[in-house]
Structure formats: C-alpha cells, structure tokens
Design a protein around this ligand. Structure first.
Ligand SMILES: [Fe+2]
Length: 214
C-alpha cells in the first residue's frame, strides 16, 4: 500500500526536475581576454570587480527573478523588450556589459576601417570630431548610464546616452559601440575623472568587433 502513496510524490519530483532542466539559465559571459590584459587603461582589479562581481550579480539576479515567470524561456533580447523593473534592469545590464567587454581588446585602439570608417567620416567629418562628440555626450550623462554609437534602420549613425540600464535595443537601434559610464567601470583607476577614463578608453576599443556590428 505504501508504494501507492509514494508514487504521486515521485511523479511530481520527476516533473519538477524536467521543468527545471528546461528552464532558461543565463551564464556569466566569459571575458575574451585576461583580467589584466587591458592594463594600464583598465586595471586587473577593476575588471575583476566589474566582470566578476557586478556582471555576475546581474546574471544571478536575472536567473533568480525569471523563475516561474513568462520570461523564463525567452531570449535575453525578448526579456529586455518585454520587461520592466528589476527584471529589465538585470537583463539589460547583462546585455550591455556583454557588448562592453566584447568591444574592448588589448589589441584594440587606432581607428576603424572600411565601411564604418567611411560612415563616421561622412557623419562627423573626421574620426577626431566623432571622438570629441562621443566623449562630450558620455561626460554629460548625469549619474549612472551608458554612451553608445548606434545605427538606425536607415543606416544613419548617431551617438546617444542612456540612463542606468537602459539601452538602444528598446528604441529599435543597433548598438555599434557600448561605453559604460557607471562609476564602477572607472572609479578605482580614475576616481571621479570620467573624462580621463573616456579619453584613455579609445586605446583599447575593438574596432573589428564594432565593424562587424555595423
Ligand atoms: Fe558596468
């Protein structure tokens, strides 16, 4: 008789384990370089905190928040487009940081090539003007946020800034460059000198990756 009582519990546990195996769990994206590879522009300590602590927390929070919700099995992009509040903040920060770290490289710097270089030239007149405008907008972002080089549906380039976790995906724009201007991105290395962080950052921008996105 006892076996009959156990059977529903065994079935329930089996169903729960299958459901759990199907559920989405986002992973911490691997850094495409060593934590000290971006020195002296960004220190190993900053990368370890930024990637290993801040980004990891966004991933953990997101995975915990979506359990049992309609977002559980959606792609990251769909979660960002359909959510708000804490789920949006953590999902968007995962997406934003994945781009940010991918768009930096110890072999980066210099100037873009090919079609992206042509488009920057025709929009801003020169690469130097583009950098000047980008830095000015990134400095002007009040508090935490991001600065982006984006492309609209017609292919037109522009520079935009967003607050907190907000990003161009929600506005139907394609992100070509993503620059984190939250203090956690630079405070250990540059303290309150955001303009210094921004002017140094051009030395490690991965233009090959940016061109692929354009
Ligand atoms: Fe960040």
């Amino acid at each position: 008789m006892k076996k009959i009582y156990y059977l529903p519990i065994v079935v329930l546990l089996l169903v729960m384990s299958i459901k759990n195996a199907d559920a989405r769990a986002f992973d911490l994206p691997a850094l495409p370089y060593a934590a000290n590879a971006l020195e002296p522009v960004i220190s190993e300590q900053t990368i370890q905190l930024h990637h290993g602590k801040h980004l990891r927390a966004y991933v953990t929070n997101l995975n915990n928040l979506i359990v049992g919700t309609k977002f559980e099995n959606l792609s990251l992009e769909e979660i960002i487009k359909q959510s708000d509040g804490a789920i949006f903040n953590n999902a968007a920060q995962l997406w934003n940081h994945t781009l940010y770290f991918a768009l930096l490289s110890p072999k980066g710097g210099g100037e873009p090539k090919g079609k992206l270089a042509d488009a920057i030239q025709s929009t801003w007149g020169s690469f130097e003007n583009f950098k000047k405008d980008f830095n000015a907008l990134a400095v002007a972002q009040f508090g935490s946020g991001w600065a982006w080089l984006v492309k609209d549906a017609s292919g037109k380039l522009s520079i935009v800034k967003t607050n907190n976790a907000d990003n161009p995906l929600t506005k139907g724009l394609t992100a070509i460059l993503a620059v984190d201007v939250w203090e956690h991105a630079y405070y250990l290395d540059y303290q309150n000198r955001r303009p210094d962080y921004l002017s140094e950052l051009w030395k490690i921008i991965n233009w090959d990756e940016a061109s692929k996105r354009y």
